[in-house]
Each structure stands twice: as C-alpha cells, then as structure tokens.
Design a protein around this ligand. Structure first.
Ligand code: R5P
Length: 235
C-alpha cells in the first residue's frame, strides 16, 4: 500500500533540499520511499563531487539505491552517532497550534521498523514530503509489523482497541507481503486519531508487534516540496 498523489516535482524538491543539510563527515540515515529516493540520489551526486559521508540504509531498497549512486554504507553498530536521518512519511500532522504537530504515519513501504530505529537514533530527523501528506489529524491505517505467528492474536487486540486490521497482501506474490525482517504487516484503520501518542503506547504494548508506524514527537523538521519551492516546518 503506497500513498497516492503528490507530484514527482514536489517530492524531488523536498528530497533535494534535505540532501543540502548533509555535511562533510556526516553519518546519514537513509529512509525509504519515493521522496527519500530523491534525497539519496542527490547525496550520491554530492559524494561524486567529493562529499565524505557514510549512509545507514533503512531497507533493502534504500540500500540498493545507495549502492547504485555510490554512497559508502555503514551500520548502526559501527558508528558512535547518526548525525542526520532523512525519511519520508505517509501522513504528517500540520497543525502548529496542536501538540500533535509533526506526528507521522509511516510504513506504506513496510520499512517502518528499521526506519524508526535509525530515525530515533539520529541527532536530527528530517522528514521529506509533498503537500498531499499534510493533514490536521492522522487518519490513514497504521501499519503494524508483526511476527507471523502472532498475526491473528495481534489482530484481535487491535479490534479490542477499536481498530480494523487488514493483513497486507503482496502485489506480485500469492499471499501477504513479507518485510525485510521476515515479518507480516497489518494495516490497522482507527479512523481519525485524536491522541496518536496514547495509541502508540497501546500498540507498542501488544506482544507480537515488532513496530508500528506511528512516529510521535520524533521529527525535528519537515521539508514540504511544492510546485514552486520548499516550505519548512520546525518542531
Ligand atoms: O515504509 C515506507 C516508508 O515509511 C516511507 O517513507 C513512506 O511510506 C513514504 O513513502 P513515499 O515517499 O514513497 O510516499
């Protein structure tokens, strides 16, 4: 399940603007998805021009892209710190007066478990988005990466919480998608979410949930690519 909408030009502007924040010597978390791919491309061009960085990919796909564009790679256990993480989102709360401002739903590409580890570790977490991702309240289904043996019991718990879980199917394989970590994904509709932090805590408490796609209080900045520029949100 991927987010519909959002022009490629807007995604490109957001991704390229975020890549400009990368400094010589940085360790950079490389998120997953079509918007972050523009940032990875731009970092690759900067590396070709002499920028010294090391990237930590958050998925098979971002690793593959980073290798293609020539970004030297490392791992979390080989570095002392991650300076910056650049990552996309499926929804971003854009409500400056609300305490939920900057809360995210991620995992449309089923990469949110590794993404959350890297994004949470980074000194600075920059989100790249186009205007189609902005919302007053989070309302898309929340992806839950679950251990395969636990998918029915986790689904039962999600229903107890008022959610409607759907096992995510693969598009070019019979049966469910399998994550980079060998797990399954339940997309859990909760309607319009009033308190993402409270729901995040509940979902994290369910045995069998490896990680959920609510990223609350994590983002430092969002670059929103538009048709003619980039808007910046700081949190
Ligand atoms: O699992 C995937 C990630 O969370 C992506 O960052 C998210 O789905 C946004 O991807 P895109 O930039 O392609 O809309």
């Amino acid at each position: 399940m991927k987010t519909e909408g959002g022009s490629d030009a807007a995604k490109r502007r957001a991704g390229e603007r975020a890549a400009e924040a990368v400094e010589d010597g940085d360790v950079v978390g490389l998120g997953t998805g079509s918007t972050t791919a523009y940032a990875i491309d731009a970092i690759g061009r900067a590396v070709a021009d002499g920028l010294a960085v090391r990237g930590i990919p958050t998925s098979f796909q971002s690793r593959r892209l980073a290798l293609e564009v020539g970004i030297p790679l490392t791992t979390l256990d080989a570095v002392e710190a991650v300076d910056l993480a650049i990552d996309g989102a499926d929804q971003v709360v854009d409500a400056p007066d609300a305490r939920t401002d900057g809360a995210l739903i991620k995992g449309g590409g089923a990469a949110h478990a590794r993404e959350k580890i890297v994004d949470a570790t980074a000194d600075r977490f920059v989100v790249v988005a186009d205007p189609s991702k902005l919302t007053d309240r989070l309302e898309r289904p929340i992806p839950l990466e679950v251990l395969p043996d636990a998918h029915t019991v986790v689904a039962d718990r999600v229903r107890e919480f008022g959610g409607d879980p759907t096992l995510r199917d693969a598009s070019h394989k019979d049966g469910p998608i399998v994550t980079d970590n060998g797990n399954l994904v339940l997309d859990c509709a909760f309607g319009s979410i009033e308190d993402p932090g409270e729901l995040a805590t509940r979902l994290s408490s369910v045995p069998g949930v490896v990680e959920h796609g609510l990223f609350v209080g994590m983002a430092d900045t969002t670059y929103v690519g538009t048709d003619d520029g980039v808007e910046i949100r700081e949190y």
